[in-house]
Design a protein around this ligand. Structure first.
Ligand code: NAP
Ligand code: ZN
Ligand code: ZN
Length: 347
């Protein structure tokens, strides 16, 4: 077994603290890489507090993981020692169901293995994430990281990046479309970058007036403060798509009202509490309310390669491991520019 250092929550009511644990030996198809940087996703906070239920503790969060390969198994073909490597939200899946066969491992009908707060495919060994110094992953679930991109700023692409890239691609958002990105945080700022790169007219819908200058720097064409009724009224029936990245309870009906006929409201933000949605928010205008979860392995690699080609990375603030709760507190206040990334050398 491989001795590993990390930060874990022992229960949903205890704070993250240093914890030593073991990872499996490098198997024939495994890649081991030492973790240089790990992004901080709002999902980390939802899960260590067990807001979605079913949490597996001790929990080592982190699913935006990048570093350099230190060992490869005898059958590994895609990686060699010294290569950059990354892992996002998935470390395995059944590989045989229809979705896995089509590169949609995130929708594995036999249950994928998430990078942390999950179980390996044996359905009993817990998985531990990237707030740690090293990780062992089957090579099929390790991504090639372009050398030309800033490594720390690439980490968030593995969740915030793919989670916004995938639905925009799936619904073919691009030139001629009016896209609203609801919530300018980690996911939202990547949604703006991809929406702009795909040629859409992008509007940020935000509760934070102070984010307007940043939104425009990210490439947004318009900015609407959602707490101002007049500003909201001015975009009634305006959008083809809304990419909803909001992490907390909010009124979906209010935003469905901003869609055109046949408009699509895409939920990627995952508030822990259910919401009331009126059928009359959908019926007039034949509107759709849909969801999307991260992205499969082939599409995640496609997204990383697209980012290398178009020079897209995340806007980050690098933090020390010990300052994780300051980062969480700021994230909860929406005080974020626009993804915290942990420098794992500080572990
Ligand atoms: P984040 O950085 O905290 O951003 C969320 C943003 O939502 C905030 O910056 C804020 O933007 C807005 N917001 C927060 N509370 C709000 C409220 N009460 N009403 C309206 N707007 C509010 O979080 P993130 O890391 O981007 O994650 C966003 C959500 O996506 C989380 O729920 C996370 O678990 C989920 N997620 C889902 C997937 C998936 O596969 N579907 C993957 C990753 C994450 P403004 O200041 O601009 O209003
Ligand atoms: Zn995430
Ligand atoms: Zn499957």
């Amino acid at each position: 077994m491989i001795a590993t250092k990390g930060y874990a929550a022992q229960t949903k009511d205890t704070n993250l603290a240093p914890w030593n644990f073991e990872r499996r030996e490098v198997g024939p198809h495994d890649v081991q890489f030492d973790i240089d940087f790990c992004g901080v996703c709002h999902s980390d906070l939802h899960q260590i507090k067990d807001e979605w239920g079913g949490g597996i503790f001790p929990m080592v969060p982190g699913h935006e993981i990048v570093g350099r390969v230190v060992a490869v198994g005898s059958h590994v073909t895609k990686f060699k020692v010294g290569d950059l490597a990354g892992t996002g939200c998935l470390v395995d899946s059944c590989r045989v169901c229809d979705n896995c066969q089509h590169g949609l491992e995130q929708y594995c009908t036999n249950g994928h293995s998430q990078t942390y707060n999950g179980l390996e495919q044996d359905k009993k060994t817990p998985t531990y994430g990237g707030y740690s110094n090293t990780i062992v992953v089957h090579e099929d679930f390790v991504l090639r990281i372009p050398e030309k991109l800033d490594l720390a700023a690439t980490a968030p692409l593995l969740c915030a990046g793919i989670t916004t890239y995938s639905p925009l691609r799936h619904w073919k958002v691009g030139k001629g479309h009016k896209l609203a990105v609801l919530g300018l945080g980690g996911l939202g700022h990547m949604g703006v970058k991809f929406g702009v790169a795909f040629g859409a007219e992008v509007t940020v819908l935000s509760t934070s007036p102070k984010k307007e200058a940043d939104a425009r720097k990210l490439g947004a064409h318009k900015f609407v403060v959602t707490s101002d009724p007049a500003q909201l009224e001015s975009v009634t029936g305006y959008f083809d798509f809304i990419l909803d990245t909001v992490s907390a309870e909010h009124d979906y009906n209010q935003y469905l009202n901003l869609l055109k006929t046949d408009g699509v409201h895409i939920c990627v933000g995952a508030p822990p509490t259910p919401s009331a949605i009126s059928a009359f928010s959908l019926i007039p205008g034949r509107k759709s309310l849909v969801g999307s979860m991260i992205g499969g392995l082939p599409e995640t690699q496609e997204m990383l390669d697209f980012c290398a080609e178009h020079d897209i990375v995340s806007d980050i603030e690098l933090i020390d491991m010990k300052d994780i709760y300051t980062a969480y507190d700021r994230m909860l206040k929406g005080d974020i520019q626009y993804r915290f990334v942990i420098d794992m050398a500080t572990l």
